[in-house]
Design a protein around this ligand. Structure first.
Ligand SMILES: N[C@@H](CCC(=O)N[C@@H](CS)C(=O)NCC(=O)O)C(=O)O
Length: 181
């Protein structure tokens, strides 16, 4: 989404994670997606790809925000990547956690929705009334959380998070990003 938003032309290749191609592992042995190759340059962390795109691209998204907001955004992404995602993976793959009930796994994720709801009480999007890199970085994971059990997600009290997710899923940017390569 950051690459599209920054109007950077690129080719996308889908990877079967169970059968990673050697071309990918040669350039990025840690074996996670996404990996961006730009000539000799290899960037294999999503946040680094986003930041590269926003610095290189013509989108004004990044410069729209002052340092304080950028730091709030980076902090939210940190929490998403290092805390929420751990609990989200346990909930998504609950079969690997037979000692925990579904309710326990769901409850462990809610702290992050609380944080997002509080931000969205102030603005339409996470940093301001304009969409930002933080929305783009975090939205896919909230979508994954919702998709595990849509009835449960719909029943939650987080009205603003639900509206925010719907708005982003209907956005041109997301629809473009979801077109299969
Ligand atoms: N911190 C990395 C995490 C990327 C990551 O874990 N990607 C998953 C797919 S969503 C992956 O490639 N997993 C490797 C595997 O399942 O073998 C990033 O944000 O780029």
């Amino acid at each position: 989404m950051a690459l599209i938003d920054s109007e950077i032309k690129f080719n996308a290749f889908e990877i079967t994670l169970k059968n990673k191609p050697s071309q990918m592992l040669d350039i990025s042995p840690k074996g996670t997606v996404p990996v961006l190759i730009n000539g000799e340059e290899v960037i294999d962390e999503s946040i680094d790809i986003m930041m590269w795109a926003y610095k290189k691209g013509i989108s004004l998204q990044y410069s729209n925000f002052d340092n304080k907001l950028i730091n709030i955004g980076l902090d939210l992404i940190q929490k998403n990547d290092n805390e929420f995602k751990v609990y989200l993976d346990q909930y998504k793959y609950s079969i690997n956690h037979p000692n925990k009930t579904k309710e326990e796994l769901q409850n462990s994720c809610l702290f992050f929705l609380d944080i997002l709801e509080e931000r969205l009480n102030k603005n339409y999007y996470l940093l301001s009334d304009k969409i930002s890199f933080a929305d783009i970085a975090i939205m896919p994971f909230i979508r994954q959380f919702a998709n595990v059990d849509m009835n449960y997600f719909s029943s939650l009290k987080f009205i603003r998070v639900k509206m925010w997710l719907l708005k982003l899923m209907k956005s041109e940017l997301f629809i473009k990003a979801m077109i299969k390569p």
